[in-house]
Design a protein around this ligand. Structure first.
Ligand code: ATP
Ligand code: MG
Length: 453
């Protein structure tokens, strides 16, 4: 069905995106704006970015635009750059002939998606009906072959085709459904929702780097709290953050993660900078202090345990979502500073307030207190200390007692192999949804990730 785009305001369309489709059309190719940008324009929202679908192949697109670059392996696309504005151009994709070994994994996941197709085939390769609308700039019409406009009107997220097949083909679509639910305030229909609830285990097959990118979109787009709630509702959270999931359930851990995401959402709303390091610090704080405590019980000093626990918890998380070093470093700083903040004697407070990660660590401390940790007014002390001048600072330091803990060092018990195996079992021992898959498909993956690509 082709409909006049009466409700789509052309003035919100990026001039650069229009230039790209026009140039492609002039060269004899079909070219449309597609996906989230058309959806958002119909919703009256300003699109985050503009995607173009075309009959031209990537090499042909690249040849037409000097300011372009071919990228991607799974999806080969072309980025056309206009200063900081990037228009993503993808060639129409076609279906796979059959589930063959080269293009699909054992679970039916698409491994190689570079099969080109026709316009119509491209429509049916898209994830949700609301994302499969094409805007034709020549005629100012929206082409809708899947009833996507109705879904937008009804605020409904509906996969194109059989939900289970579509999630099996690309399990990340389940995370996308969650993200759109949170971002657009749409509903996931019941049939689709129940598929998601029992298919979360398929996320195990997605490379951690792709999941990290998706987690950023989920938590760092201004709808983090709603996204977390939806991920918990649809039993997906534990497949990305199993260690965090185990410490949650109505506990302080859940509160802390909520508060960190709420603070991130608020900062994004007022254009303040945010970093994944802070969110990951909150997500993994309880797994970290639990691991640290158990290493101290084994006889490690505070400093040793802290170092080793951070390394262990990060290494475990990396099996699920990668955490690039530029974020894991600051995250460890935030954690380590939590143990230095109680030490308020001599020159230490002055040194600490000048630490490059002090502000993040202080904010984190306040969230810990707000989530119910009893820290004897430590947050308030630091608030006052930052506001105070020299004399008032000396007085504040005198108020503190017992913050110079004596180092204890006990002999470390050796971790026997059995001991270690138990530990791993406990680590895996699962999230709520972790063991519930009735098909008996392998649910556990610590040290046991499969890579299909
Ligand atoms: P956003 O507003 O967050 O950018 P979007 O819908 O534009 O949302 P993109 O990731 O930019 O999301 O993808 C552009 C379009 O590509 C989607 O609207 C959809 O049509 C298609 N698409 C993206 N990812 C998938 C996927 N995993 N499977 C099928 N189609 C996809
Ligand atoms: Mg987009």
């Amino acid at each position: 069905m082709t409909v006049a785009a009466t409700t789509l305001s052309r003035e919100h369309i990026s001039v650069n995106a229009l230039k790209v489709v026009q140039r492609l059309a002039e060269s004899g190719y079909e070219a449309y704006l597609v996906g989230g940008c058309v959806r958002d324009l119909l919703l009256g929202k300003l699109p985050k970015d503009f995607d173009v679908a075309t009959s031209a192949h990537p090499e042909e697109v690249h040849e037409l635009f000097r300011n372009s670059r071919m990228i991607g392996r799974r999806f080969r696309i072309v980025h056309v750059r206009f200063g900081r504005d990037i228009i993503e151009v993808a060639t129409f994709r076609g279906p796979h002939k059959e589930v063959d070994e080269d293009s699909h994994s054992e679970t039916g996941m698409i491994l190689d998606d570079n099969v080109y197709g026709t316009f119509k085939e491209d429509v049916f390769r898209r994830d949700f009906a609301m994302n499969a609308l094409y805007y034709d700039a020549k005629t100012n019409e929206v082409i809708d072959l899947v009833d996507g406009r109705n879904d937008i009107k009804d605020k409904c997220i509906r996969p194109i085709g059989e939900p289970e097949d579509r999630y099996r083909e690309d399990p990340v679509r389940m995370l996308r459904a969650i993200r759109f639910k949170a971002k657009l305030d749409f509903t996931i229909d019941d049939a689709t929702g129940s598929s998601i609830k029992h298919m979360g285990y398929l996320l195990q097959d997605i490379p951690p780097a792709r999941l990290f990118e998706e987690v950023l979109k989920i938590f760092m787009s201004g709808h983090g709290v709603k996204s977390l709630e939806a991920m918990l509702e649809y039993d997906l959270f534990g497949w990305l953050f199993p260690a965090s999931r185990r410490t949650m359930d109505g506990s302080r851990a859940e509160k802390l993660i909520h508060l960190a995401l709420a603070s991130t959402d608020k900062r994004i709303a007022i254009d303040k900078p945010v970093t994944p390091a802070f969110i990951f610090a909150a997500l993994l704080w309880y797994p970290f202090i639990t691991e640290k405590k158990s290493l101290e019980d084994e006889g490690l000093t505070n400093v040793e345990a802290s170092h080793e626990a951070a390394a262990n918890v990060i290494a475990n998380q990396q099996l699920f979502t990668s955490i690039p070093k530029r974020f894991s470093g600051p995250m460890r700083d935030i954690w380590n500073l939590q143990f230095r903040l109680p030490m308020r004697f001599g020159k230490k407070p002055e040194i600490l307030v000048n630490h490059k990660r002090f502000r993040a660590a202080y904010d984190f401390l306040l969230l810990r207190e707000d989530s119910g940790e009893k820290l004897e007014g430590l947050g308030e002390w630091w608030t006052k200390f930052q506001e105070a001048d020299g004399e008032a600072r000396s007085k504040l330091k005198q108020q503190t007692t017992g913050n110079n803990p004596k180092k204890r060092r006990r002999k470390r018990k050796r971790r026997t192999q059995q001991n270690h195996a138990n530990q791993n079992d406990a680590n895996r021992g699962n999230t709520n949804q972790g063991n519930t898959n009735q098909s008996g498909t392998s649910q556990h993956r610590l040290g046991n990730r499969s890579y299909n690509r």
